[in-house]
Design a protein around this ligand. Structure first.
Ligand code: CA
Length: 219
């Protein structure tokens, strides 16, 4: 995959470029936001550092989103949570906090790409995994044909996962979608709701925990 990396720190960029290349990607490195806007059409995914010398990364993202649905993973310095939330709202697909762990970076790229290449055509509004059926429009869940009663929030968590069945969804995405806050102070809410959903479905194998990342519904 062609990965455009916007990063003004040559040390970071060198390490990331090498890791991407070693894992079968075709990285291209730029140092300025203007270069991103000029070259995004030649990329399948953008890794965007927020601290660029010419343009704020969020401004780059805003301008890019006006013209392109290119998958974007934001790279951000630790403690810059407000920027991350703004980034997600502006249309970033995911984010990584520096220093970037390479295995995590590669996994995120894979997940974002899978979502991006999923058929954009009318997504099935009823998702079935094993004998669990989630009707996203009717907000109904059945297991083996029997309706399971979920609370509104429990359903929203399950629906957010079911809408991307087979794809890992990060905790931040779930919290952002369901609670409107990727950095929910009490992120344990998510775990509590998932535990409840699991218990009510009685099918532990359909909801997988991906350690250090998030969750997945189905294979
Ligand atoms: Ca930077």
């Amino acid at each position: 995959m062609r990965v455009l990396l916007a990063e003004d720190d040559d040390g970071v960029a060198g390490a990331l470029t090498e890791a991407l290349y070693d894992n079968g990607h075709l990285p291209a490195h730029v140092r300025r936001g203007e270069d991103v806007l000029a070259r995004h059409r030649q990329a399948d995914l953008l890794l965007l550092d927020l601290g660029l010398p010419d343009l704020d990364g969020l401004e780059v993202l805003r301008k890019l989103r006006a013209v392109s649905a290119l998958p974007v993973v934001v790279l951000t310095a630790r403690g810059d949570e407000r920027s991350v939330v703004r980034g997600l709202r502006l249309g970033a697909d995911d984010y990584l906090v520096k220093p970037v762990r390479l295995a995590e970076l590669l996994a995120r790229i894979e997940a974002v790409t899978r979502r991006a290449t999923a058929p954009a055509a009318p997504a099935p509004r009823t998702v079935r995994v094993a004998d669990v059926e989630v009707d996203l429009d009717a907000r109904r869940v059945t297991v083996g044909g029997t309706e399971v009663r979920l609370t509104a929030k429990e359903f929203e968590v399950l629906a957010a996962l079911a809408a991307r069945a087979g794809t890992a969804v990060s905790r931040q995405q779930l919290m952002d979608e369901v609670w409107g806050d990727a950095f929910l102070a009490v992120s344990r809410s998510l775990d509590v709701h998932l535990t409840q959903v699991r218990a009510k479905l009685g099918r532990p194998e359909v909801l997988t925990t991906i350690r250090g990342f998030g969750y997945r519904f189905g294979d």
